[in-house]
Design a protein. Structure first.
Length: 426
C-alpha cells in the first residue's frame, strides 16, 4: 500500500486518550476550501485515525450517526433532545426517509482510474469543495451554548455553506461576522408582514449572505407528539427569536424594547411568524424584494417545482423537513427523481431529509441532486462537542463521501446518474 508522503512525514501522536488526530484535521481544514488539493481526503483521514489507534487513541465522539444521536441524548435535556430528534405524528415520514435510502443500492464499477477524485461541484456560480451544505436548524441554543456560532466556526474553514435559520439563536449579523468571506445562505420563514420580510431580506443582503432559502412547508407547525407530550416549544420560552428582536420592523410593531416585554414579544412572534393564506403569486412579489437568488425548500411535487420556477425561483430544495411537518408524506428521496425530470434541466435541485452517510450523498446525487443539505447529524455533533463536534461530523462525512465515490467507481460527481443505482427488491 502506498501511503501519501505527507502522511508518512508526520509523527505518531504521543500519549493515550481520545481525539488527538482532530488537531491534524483542523490544520488541513484550511486547505479544504481549495477543492483542487483534496484528492485523498478519505485515505488521509482513515490513516490518521488508524495511526492514532497505535497510540491508544480512538475518535473523540461516535462516528456512526446513530451512536452520536445517543451521545446527544445523554447530554441534552430530554425536551431539547426530543425537539431535535423527533418528527411529526407517528414519525412515519421520518422513518420513510431512511427506508427510501435503504431501498436503493449503489452498483459499483471497476478499473476506471479513480486515483484522483474531485468532490467539488458548482452551485449558483460558486465552486464548493463537496456537494454538502448545512441545513437550516433553528434554536441551536438548546443544543449548545455557542449555538450557531460554533456551527459557523466549523463550517467556514471547510468552505461548506451554512444556511442560517430565521429562528437562529443569534442575530444573522453576528453569525455572518464570524464567517468572514465563507459562503452562507439565509433561510426565511416567510412572515405575515411583507415589511418584516423585506427587512429580514435586506439585513441578509447587507450581512453578505449569498442566497435566500424560503421554506414553504412550515406555515403551520405540525402536531409533534413528543413536543406536545413534553409541553415544550423553544420559541414560547423566548429561544430562537434573535432575528426578530433585533429587527427594526419587529421592534416598531412591538412598540417597545423586546427585552422589557418578553410576553408581548413572544405573542407578536407567534402572530407574525407565518401566513397560511399565501399563494404562488406572493412568491413572485417576494422575488422582487431581494436581489439575491431565491430557492424554495420543502418541494415534493413536480408541479410545485415548476410553479416555483415560474415565479422566478433560482432553485428548489426537495425536502420534507426531516419528517417534522406532514406525517404520512412521501419520503423526500422518492420525490427527487420526478422533480429532477420536471425541472432539473432548468434549475438547481438540492435535496435533504435523511442524509446520514457518504452513500446517501451519492444516491441523492445519482438521482439528480446538485448538492445535499446535512441536518440532524451536525446538531448531534454540536451537542457532543460544540464547534469541534460539528467539525468531526463534517470531516467524517467528507472522508466517507470521498471513499464511497471512489469505491463506486467514480472520480467525480459529473458521471454519476441513475444507472449507478438499483432498487432493491426486499
Ligand atoms: C432541530 C431542527 C430544527 C430545524 N429548523 C429548521 C428551520 O429553522 N428552518 C428550516 O427551513 N428547516 C428547519 N429544519 C429542517 C432542516 O432544515 C432539514 O430539512 C431536516 O433536518 C432534514 O432532515 P434530516 O435532518 O433528518 O436529514 C430543522 C430541523 C431540525 C431537526
Amino acid at each position: 500500500m502506498v501511503w501519501p508522503a505527507r502522511f508518512l512525514a508526520r509523527e505518531l501522536p504521543t500519549g493515550g486518550g481520545r481525539g488527538a488526530f482532530s488537531v491534524e484535521s483542523r490544520e488541513r481544514a484550511t486547505t479544504m476550501a481549495d477543492p483542487g488539493g483534496g484528492w485523498c481526503w478519505g485515505v488521509d483521514r482513515q490513516l490518521e485515525i488508524y495511526k492514532a489507534g497505535l497510540a491508544g487513541q480512538t475518535p473523540v465522539q461516535p462516528v456512526s450517526v446513530d451512536a452520536l444521536e445517543e451521545t446527544a441524548r445523554s447530554v441534552l435535556s430530554p425536551e431539547a433532545f426530543d425537539y431535535v430528534a423527533g418528527g411529526a405524528g407517528a414519525e412515519e415520514t421520518m422513518r420513510a426517509n431512511r427506508e427510501a435510502f435503504r431501498r436503493r443500492r449503489l452498483v459499483p464499477r471497476f478499473l476506471r482510474d479513480v486515483a484522483r477524485r474531485d468532490l467539488g461541484v458548482e452551485l449558483l456560480g460558486r465552486k464548493l469543495p463537496v456537494p454538502v451544505l448545512l441545513a437550516p436548524l433553528g434554536v441551536l441554543s438548546i443544543v449548545h451554548k455557542e449555538a450557531e456560532l460554533a456551527v459557523a466556526r466549523a463550517a467556514a474553514p471547510l468552505g461548506i455553506p451554512l444556511i442560517l435559520s430565521t429562528v437562529s439563536s443569534l442575530p444573522m449579523e453576528q453569525v455572518a461576522a464570524a464567517m468572514g468571506e465563507a459562503p452562507r445562505w439565509f433561510q426565511l420563514y416567510w412572515p405575515r408582514s411583507d415589511e418584516l420580510a423585506a427587512s429580514l431580506l435586506g439585513r441578509a443582503e447587507r450581512a453578505g449572505f449569498d442566497a435566500i432559502v424560503v421554506t414553504l412547508d412550515t406555515y403551520l407547525l405540525s402536531w409533534r407528539e413528543r413536543d406536545i407530550q413534553n409541553a415544550y416549544l423553544p420559541f414560547v420560552r423566548g429561544e430562537g427569536l434573535a432575528n426578530y428582536v433585533t429587527d427594526p420592523v419587529f421592534q416598531a410593531a412591538l412598540g417597545g424594547d423586546p427585552r422589557l416585554n418578553p410576553v408581548r414579544t413572544i405573542e407578536l412572534f407567534a402572530r407574525i411568524f407565518s401566513d397560511p393564506s399565501r399563494t404562488w403569486d406572493d412568491l413572485g412579489r417576494l422575488r422582487q424584494a431581494t436581489r439575491l437568488p431565491i430557492l424554495v425548500k420543502g418541494v415534493l411535487h413536480p408541479d410545485d417545482a415548476r410553479k416555483a420556477l415560474d415565479q422566478g425561483a433560482s432553485g428548489v430544495i426537495v425536502s420534507n423537513h426531516g419528517g417534522r411537518q406532514l406525517d404520512g408524506a412521501i419520503a423526500a428521496l422518492d420525490a427527487l427523481p420526478r422533480i429532477v425530470d420536471a425541472v432539473g434541466d432548468r434549475t438547481t435541485v438540492l435535496f435533504d431529509s435523511g442524509i446520514r452517510r457518504g452513500a446517501d450523498v451519492l444516491k441523492a446525487m445519482a438521482l439528480g441532486a446538485r448538492s445535499v443539505l446535512l441536518g440532524r447529524p451536525y446538531a448531534y455533533g454540536l451537542a457532543a462537542g460544540g464547534a469541534d463536534g460539528v467539525r468531526e461530523v463534517l470531516l467524517n462525512l467528507i472522508s466517507d463521501i470521498d471513499l464511497t465515490l471512489g469505491l463506486a467507481g467514480h472520480a467525480s460527481f459529473a458521471d454519476l446518474d441513475r444507472s449507478c443505482l438499483m432498487e432493491a427488491s426486499g
